[in-house]
Each structure stands twice: as structure tokens, then as C-alpha cells.
Design a protein around this ligand. Structure first.
Ligand code: HEC
Ligand code: HEC
Length: 372
């Protein structure tokens, strides 16, 4: 490929995408966007009952136009080098924004080594993003997939060039951020918009929310038993065994957002984990093999499970916590990981409780679907 090819492609792209559209030609020839009204409407984010307040960065307040731009960018394959993949290729709304693969493959078919993560209530995650917490903000995170060779394998320079000659994006950037000229479109603004969209991915309409947090309706008796074991309520009268789950997957978000070794790997030394996880990020051997405890909301929709997608079903996960022989291996396995001695019907009760965390109001919410 010669150096001239991308420019040629760009010109071609402009001709194809703009065609006889007058607005587009005006935008393109002048680059001046100042005649387009800029009246940002702030988006009123409502923290659901029982939830903490979401921290919104002061330099990226939510606006209706910013979120709409972010939604388009999230679903638009324009972000990938060959225009075949978008963020949503690995984060499907119907699967609570995961995919159903053990590992996800990017545009070149190359697989990563970790399983895609649910983006549910992602705006409430404050102690680091990704399985190992290596990134702090949604803005910072959204910069990465575009240039990741095993994801969208593009360059931001190429993507921003495409935005500048696009029939609708210059106007959308103007409405979202008040820029005066197409030349002011940047990757920083694009990731701000994506982060705004991600912050509205709020789920609070599961049966668990209704029954437990809002006191509407009741669990059935199996779900109730599962709830009691999950939250270690046995000593309060039911006499059921503790399943210890809530130490790490606590309400209301169903995660503490802390990093633990939950005993997946059988190792004889802390240097042996196949994936060092948090240890690599902190450069601290004692943190090796620790990963972020993910939210269990919509967990029935997000198989396969764990950072490496090793379990295909929730039954396997529950069996693992109940029986795994790895629990005692490795000196940094958390103290709350211990044989639970649940019988078959108690394991089913936990499973039934986990199903109360499914929120189809969230997955079907029209405001978060593909706009194209
Ligand atoms: C090829 C598949 C793929 C594509 C494309 C992709 N992601 Fe991801 N995403 C993943 C995987 C895998 C992880 C977990 C990676 C890790 O922990 O190392 C992840 C993690 C994340 C997280 C962290 C979630 C959490 O709970 O910490 C966010 C946010 C995210 N992706 C957003 C995006 C956005 C925005 C885009 C588009 C710009 C995108 N992803 C494109 C596969 C993908
Ligand atoms: C000591 C903390 C801890 C306890 C106790 C714990 N977990 Fe976890 N859980 C984690 C961590 C950490 C992960 C992610 C591990 C990884 O991928 O390496 C996880 C992952 C999971 C996953 C997979 C999530 C996903 O998105 O793939 C499920 C399901 C789960 N736990 C359910 C439970 C249940 C049910 C219980 C109680 C029986 C429980 N956990 C107890 C820390 C814990």
C-alpha cells in the first residue's frame, strides 16, 4: 500500500457517502458548523432507589445530544479498519452487553485472552475497568478498542478523518459539543460521547430490585432460600448454610468492585497463574491471580463465565464455588472461598435467586439499542 491510498479512499468515501446531499456538501466544503444551532439539553440521570450516586466527570456532563452521538458511535462499524465491527460486535444489548464467546475475536479473526464484559451499570464502577482494573475512566477505556490490533485494528487518525467527511457526524458533534468547525472533531470528543452513552446503561428493574430494594411483590420460596444463602442470612432463623457470595458480590450493584483470587486456578506458587490479572497491573506478586468481582446483575444472560470464559453455565459456577478442590491452593485465595457443602436443592435455590437478577426492561430499553 502506498502512502497515498488512504487519501484516495477518503475522497472516494466522501463522494460515495455524500452523493447529492446538499447539507453534506456545505459541511464538507466550508467545514464551518457555526450556523447549526447549539442548545445542549442536559440529561437528567436518575440514580435508582438504593443505588449510590454516579460520579460524572466535571468535564463531560451528560447531554441528550452527547448520549445520542455516543450511541451512534458505539454501534457504528465506522470505528473499525474494514468497517465490519463496532463496539456492539462484542457487547450485544440482548446479552447485557457481552458476547456469548469464551474469547472475542477482532476484525482479523484474532482472539484475545479474556472474555467480554457486561456493561450493565458500568457508570457505577469506580475502582478500575476491565477484569484487572488497568484503566480508570470510561473515556480512557473507549480510546483503546479502536487501535487494539485484536479488536477494531484501526487508527484514531483514520476514524476522525472519516467523521469529518461523514454526512451526519459533523452536525452531531456540533450539537453535542458546540464545535464550530469540522476540524475540531477529535478522538477525545468521540470517547466522551461514548462514555456518556455508557453511563445511561443503568439496570434497576430486575425481580431482585422490585422485591428486595423496592418492596414490590415477593420471591417464590426457592428464590427466597437462595437469597438467604447468598446473603448469609441462615443464622437469622432459616438455618440454611452460608454461601458467602455477598462478601464479594454485594447489593445494590451485586458487586463490591474489589479484586480477589476466587480460587479458579490450582497453583503451588503465586507466579504460576496463567493470567496474572491484577498482579500485572500493580506489579505486586501478592495480587497475582486476582480479578475484579463482576456484577452478577443479568448474570443469566452473560455466559460463558469468569475472565477466561471457562464455565459455560451457572450450574458449573455454583458447583465450582461449592466443591472445587482449588480452594485451598495458592496463598492469596480469599478467606471467603471455602467448601460450602450445599446439597443439590440448595444449589438450585442459589441458581433460582441468580435468575431474579435478570432485567429484560434493561435489555429491551429502546434508548440503548442500535440506532441504525
Ligand atoms: C473484539 C471484541 C471487543 C470489541 C470490538 C470491544 N470490546 Fe469492550 N471488551 C472486550 C473484552 C474482551 C473486554 C475485557 C478485556 C479485559 O479485561 O482485558 C472488554 C471490556 C470493556 C469494558 C470494561 C468493562 C468493565 O466492567 O470493566 C468497557 C467499558 C468496554 N469493553 C467498552 C467497549 C467500547 C466502548 C468499545 C468500542 C469502542 C468496545 N468495548 C469494543 C471486547 C471487545
Ligand atoms: C472472595 C470473593 C468472592 C466470593 C465469596 C464469590 N465470588 Fe463470584 N467472583 C469473584 C471474582 C473475583 C470473580 C471473577 C473471577 C475471575 O474471572 O477470575 C467472580 C466471578 C463470578 C461469576 C462469573 C461472572 C462473570 O461475569 O463471568 C459468577 C456467576 C459468580 N462469581 C457467582 C458467585 C456466587 C453465586 C457466589 C457464592 C456461591 C460467589 N460468586 C462468591 C469473587 C467472589
Amino acid at each position: 500500500m502506498t502512502k497515498k491510498t488512504p487519501l484516495l479512499l477518503l475522497i472516494l468515501f466522501f463522494i460515495i457517502s455524500c452523493g447529492s446531499d446538499d447539507d453534506c456538501n456545505t459541511t464538507m466544503t466550508t467545514g464551518d458548523l457555526s450556523s447549526i444551532p447549539y442548545n445542549p439539553t442536559s440529561y437528567d440521570l436518575v440514580n435508582p432507589v438504593g443505588f449510590p450516586s454516579m460520579l460524572i466527570p466535571a468535564d463531560n456532563p451528560l447531554t441528550v445530544d452527547g448520549i445520542e452521538l455516543g450511541r451512534h458511535l458505539f454501534y457504528d462499524p465506522i470505528l473499525s479498519a474494514d468497517s465490519t465491527m463496532s463496539c456492539s460486535s462484542c457487547h450485544f444489548p440482548s446479552l447485557s452487553f457481552t458476547d456469548n464467546n469464551k474469547f472475542s475475536a477482532g476484525i482479523d479473526g484474532v482472539e484475545g485472552t479474556r472474555s467480554s464484559m457486561s456493561l450493565i451499570n458500568i457508570g457505577y464502577v469506580e475502582k478500575g475497568l476491565f477484569w484487572d482494573g488497568r484503566v480508570n475512566t470510561l473515556e480512557e477505556q473507549a480510546l483503546l478498542p479502536v487501535e487494539d490490533p485484536i479488536e477494531l485494528h484501526n487508527t484514531w487518525t483514520a476514524v476522525v478523518a472519516k467523521f469529518k467527511v461523514h454526512p451526519t457526524y459533523p452536525t452531531m458533534f456540533r450539537k453535542a459539543f458546540g464545535i464550530n468547525d469540522t476540524e475540531e472533531i477529535t478522538n477525545e470528543l468521540a470517547v466522551k460521547a461514548i462514555a456518556q452513552f455508557e453511563r445511561i446503561l443503568i439496570s434497576s428493574d430486575s425481580k431482585f430490585d422490585k422485591v428486595h430494594l423496592r418492596e414490590e411483590g415477593l420471591f417464590n420460596s426457592s428464590e427466597e432460600r437462595g437469597f438467604d444463602m447468598f446473603f448469609d442470612k441462615g443464622s437469622q432463623g432459616s438455618g440454611l448454610p452460608d454461601a458467602e457470595c455477598a462478601h464479594c458480590h454485594n447489593e445494590p450493584l451485586m458487586t463490591t468492585d474489589e479484586y480477589f483470587n476466587n480460587g479458579l486456578d490450582s497453583v503451588s506458587s503465586l507466579l504460576e497463574f496463567a493470567d496474572l490479572g491484577r498482579g500485572l497491573v500493580l506489579q505486586d506478586t501478592f495480587e497475582n491471580g486476582k480479578f475484579r468481582a463482576p456484577s452478577l446483575r443479568n448474570i443469566a444472560l452473560t455466559a460463558p463465565y469468569m475472565h477466561d470464559g471457562r464455565f459455560e453455565t451457572l450450574e458449573e459456577v455454583i458447583n465450582f464455588y461449592n466443591e472445587s478442590s482449588n480452594h485451598t491452593n495458592g496463598s492469596n485465595v480469599d478467606v471467603n472461598i471455602l467448601p460450602l457443602n450445599l446439597n443439590q436443592s440448595q444449589k438450585e435455590d442459589i441458581l433460582n435467586f441468580l435468575h431474579t437478577l435478570t432485567d429484560s426492561v434493561f435489555t429491551n430499553n429502546p434508548a440503548i439499542q442500535n440506532p441504525f
